[in-house]
Structures are given as structure tokens and as C-alpha cells.
Ligand binder design. Structure first.
Ligand code: GDG
Length: 467
């Protein structure tokens, strides 16, 4: 395979220890092939729309990191407006939160065109390009219209909803046609893949052309599911390191008489945090013995605070935590410990390992990596139990978790109660199966299997007109 070129909204230096599993895994492949990683620098400049902003090029060993700045107007329309104000809510089935402003889609297209122009100048003939996530759906179409004939793959990290929900987006046909300019389109789950296949059949008359292959808009594309994983080895090493050990000891001492439940999420309306609090309140109400014996630690790390739906969810959550503690707390026990802060990555595994139950209950999630991190951090001799939403992509794989419907607070409370009481033997059996699954489909498997299939996909025929 030729040189790998990764394109994503943000670029991470894979050598930095704060980088997550995805950056590390992509970094490894980029290192092997001496690759290029291209994206936004994270910097905003005050230049007028349409001027070419600055490009920054750094070399991290054999990997080249190339980033461009955005103007404030482009950022507001492309990132805050269209990516996070339209695509994020709609793809998470929240049409009620979408803000369909015509200016946003223009800015989204403008930034994708600018990315295409800047990237094209850096491409080599045998490059293989891998575009990440919802910010950059039209990138391949823009590259193709400039004459790019290299192989281009795309992976969507968030869910893809059914055709009727997608059709609520003004310009959905343009957006989805853009996906068909790739050679391979990857999804987190079979459910998302199925929605894509239905859409291109219903709206674009796509014809099946062999396993996972379609003929659509006069060209062939592949579509498949690649559930993303974590670097299990790296996470277990992090769990054994001094900072996590120290956290584990401290939490175990502090909660020696109580069982700890843990939730770790970006503060996002897709994560179902108010619903989780209502289920926990239901647990305290219906099972009085839990009142003195269970404590929920909820980390809600700050996220996208410039989008108004995020401040609404913050207030709802604060009010629920306050009322649960006010109604059920005792002088020597508070049911909920809620933190609107980011916890250092090195300490997270210690917190996971000290917890008897993890509550991973999103209303929708492409995959969800927290549940996989929780499994990786457990002591196999005395593991905790995973309570997982059936609406997380991870639920397709993690069948040995206790699967719940997060909208049903009574049902979720009953599952949490079961988790708190689960006998050791059953905890071990479930954990063993879950650990085997996340090992088999770790982030390296994800990367390799995507790139293998992209390597097999036919390269775009040169000169094919596009859009
Ligand atoms: C998107 C999709 C898909 C969270 N709080 C803290 C913290 N985190 C870390 C977790 C985990 C990551 O952030 C969150 O990953 P998720 O997968 O759960 O969710 P999204 O951020 O929404 O990611 C998702 C993912 O892309 C990958 O494809 O799984 O479905 O929505 O690693 O540990 N990390 C630290 N402190 C925190 O307070 N250090």
C-alpha cells in the first residue's frame, strides 16, 4: 500500500502521552508508511472569508502533521453551525435540536473545498487517503472535482440514522451523494450500515454489486461496518501504572463500605445523563437498601460550550443531582458525586477498577469507548459489571453486559440493582467474554481491517466527472 494520508477535523500528535487510542493507532500506521496527517490547527484568525489562511507543517518522526487555520466566520458556520448544530443532533436522532440555517451549509462546503485545495497540493500519486468523521463528509467529492484519483476511504464515528430522519436535512441528497465519492465507507455498527444501504437504494437507485459493494452514481463503492475499539494492551498498562494504582487505592479505601457506580462522559445530550440520574433516583426509591450502600460518581467533562443545547443539559443535570442529594443524602453519605471537570487520563483506569458498576447509558452513541475502557481496567478475579444502553453501537458487540433502555428508568434501576447484587462467578464469566471481545476487535484490528478493505477497493478511474 502507498503512503497513508489521514484527514480529520483536528490533528493529534501521536507521540504525546495524552493522545487517546485512536491517535496512537493511526500514529502507528502513519509511522510505518511515513504518512501525512492533515486537518484544522485549532487556531482562529480574523482574516476575511475567502483568504487563504496559514498552513503549519511539523514533522513528528516519519509522520508529517499539516494543519490550516480557520477564519472565525468559517469556524462558526462549518464547526459550530453545521457540524455540531445540524449533523451531530440529526445523526443522533435529535431533529428537535437541529438548527437548519442556510449559511451553515455554505460554510461547511466552503471549508471542505478549502481543505480539498490545500490537501491536493500535498498529495503523491500512490497515496491512500482516509477521511474521518462528520465534519468532512463532502471532502472526497471536492477532491474528485479537482481531479484527485487516489483511493479515498471514509469512517463515520457517530451513528447514521434511518433514511427518513436523514431526509429532514435540507440538502441531504447532496450530503449523501458526497459519501458515494469515496471508495470505501465505514460505519460503527451493522444498524448504521443498514441505514446507509437503504438510503442509497431508496434515494439514489444503488444496485448491489457483490459483497458490500454497490454501483451508485455511475461508480462502485464499498460499505461495511468496522466497530472501533481501544488499545486494550495500552489501557491495561495504564491501569497498572502508579497514578492509576494510587487512584484505585484511594477510592477503594474511601468506599470500603459502599459500592461505587461510575459514569464518565463528555457533557453531551446524546449521553443520556439526566435519564441516568432519574434511573439512579428510581433505584434509591425502589430499593431502600441501596440508600446507604451505593454512591454514583459522575464525571461530565466540559464539551462544546459554545452550542446552546449544551448549557441546557448542564442546568438540567445540576438540578437533578442537587435534588437527589437533597432528598436522599445523609450527614455522612451523599448519593451522587458529580463533577463538571476533566479527570486526568492516567487516573481514569483507577476509578474504573474501584467501581462495582459502570453506567454507560447513552440515548444514541456511534460506539462508546468508555464501556470498553471499563472492561479493560477490571481485575478479572473480582470484576465490576457493565450496564449498557441498547442504543450504543457497542451493544451490538457486548452482549454479556446488562443491556438497558435508558428511557425506561424503572427497567434501568432494576438492572443496576441486579448489577449491584451479581454473584462473583457470574461477574467473572461475563467479564471474561467481554474482555475477549474487546481484545479481538481492538483499535489495531479496526485500523488494519479498514485499510485492508480500502486496499482491495478499486481505485477511482481517472477523469470521472464528479458533481
Ligand atoms: C465519538 C463517538 C465513538 C471522557 N471524559 C474524560 C475523558 N473521556 C474520554 C473517555 C473516552 C473518550 O473520552 C470518550 O469516547 P466515547 O467513545 O465514549 O465518546 P465520544 O467522545 O462521543 O466519541 C463515539 C468515538 O467517537 C470513537 O469512534 O465511540 O460513539 O460519539 O476515551 O475516556 N478522558 C479524560 N478525562 C475525562 O474527564 N482524560
Amino acid at each position: 500500500m502507498g503512503r497513508l494520508v489521514v484527514v480529520s477535523n483536528r490533528v493529534a500528535d501521536p507521540r504525546k502521552t495524552a493522545a487517546g487510542g485512536l491517535a496512537v493507532a493511526l500514529g502507528e500506521v502513519l509511522n510505518d508508511s511515513g504518512g501525512l496527517w492533515f486537518g484544522w490547527s485549532g487556531k482562529l484568525v480574523e482574516e476575511p472569508v475567502g483568504t487563504e489562511t496559514q498552513m503549519h507543517v511539523h514533522h513528528a518522526g516519519p509522520v508529517t502533521l499539516a494543519t490550516v487555520d480557520l477564519t472565525r466566520e468559517d469556524y462558526d458556520a462549518y464547526y459550530v453551525g453545521y457540524s455540531n448544530g445540524v449533523l451531530w443532533p440529526v445523526f443522533h436522532y435529535r431533529l428537535d435540536l437541529a438548527d437548519f440555517d442556510a449559511g451553515y451549509i455554505e460554510g461547511y462546503r466552503r471549508v471542505n473545498q478549502m481543505f480539498a485545495r490545500r490537501l491536493l497540493a500535498m498529495l503523491q500519486p500512490d497515496d491512500v487517503i482516509w477521511v474521518q468523521d462528520y465534519h468532512l463528509i463532502p471532502l472526497a467529492a471536492e477532491l474528485r472535482s479537482l481531479g484527485c484519483t487516489q483511493r479515498i476511504g471514509y469512517f463515520l464515528h457517530i451513528p447514521l440514522p434511518p433514511p427518513l430522519i436523514l431526509a429532514a436535512i435540507p440538502g441531504h441528497d447532496w450530503l449523501m451523494k458526497g459519501l458515494c465519492a469515496y471508495d470505501l465507507v465505514g460505519f460503527q455498527s451493522n444498524a448504521d450500515l443498514d441505514h446507509f444501504c437503504r438510503y442509497i437504494q431508496d434515494e439514489a437507485h444503488a444496485q448491489p454489486a457483490g459483497e458490500g459493494r454497490w454501483r451508485v452514481f455511475n461508480r462502485f463503492i464499498h460499505a461495511a461496518a468496522f466497530p472501533i475499539g481501544i488499545d486494550v494492551g495500552e489501557f491495561r498498562a495504564l491501569t497498572a501504572a502508579p497514578e492509576a494504582q494510587e487512584m484505585y487505592q484511594r477510592m477503594s479505601r474511601e468506599y470500603s463500605r459502599r459500592k461505587l457506580l461510575v459514569g464518565v462522559d463528555r457533557l453531551d445530550y446524546s449521553k443520556g445523563l439526566p435519564q441516568r440520574m432519574r434511573a439512579f433516583r428510581e433505584l434509591l426509591a425502589r430499593y431502600p437498601e441501596t440508600r446507604q450502600s451505593a454512591t454514583l460518581i459522575q464525571i461530565a467533562s466540559p464539551s462544546r460550550e459554545d452550542v446552546s443545547a449544551y448549557t441546557d443539559i448542564l442546568h438540567e443535570l445540576e438540578s437533578l443531582c442537587g435534588s437527589i442529594n437533597g432528598n436522599y443524602g445523609e450527614l455522612d453519605w451523599m448519593p451522587v458525586r458529580y463533577m463538571h471537570r476533566t479527570v486526568a487520563r492516567a487516573r481514569l483506569p483507577g476509578l474504573y477498577r474501584a467501581s462495582r458498576v459502570a453506567l454507560v447509558t447513552p440515548l444514541r452513541d456511534g460506539m462508546n469507548l468508555v464501556c470498553k475502557e471499563f472492561i479493560a481496567a477490571q481485575n478479572p478475579e473480582d470484576p465490576g459489571v457493565l450496564v449498557l444502553s441498547r442504543f450504543a453501537g457497542a451493544a451490538e458487540q457486548l452482549k454479556e453486559a446488562l443491556l438497558v433502555n435508558p428511557y425506561d428508568s424503572e427497567g434501568t434501576a432494576a438492572a443496576i440493582h441486579l448489577a449491584l447484587q451479581m454473584p462473583l462467578e457470574e461477574r467473572r464469566e461475563r467479564h471474561k467474554a467481554l474482555l475477549a471481545t474487546i481484545r479481538r476487535t481492538d483499535v489495531h484490528w479496526w485500523c488494519d481491517s479498514f485499510l485492508d478493505l480500502l486496499g482491495q477497493a478499486e481505485a477511482e478511474e481517472s477523469g470521472t466527472p464528479w458533481l
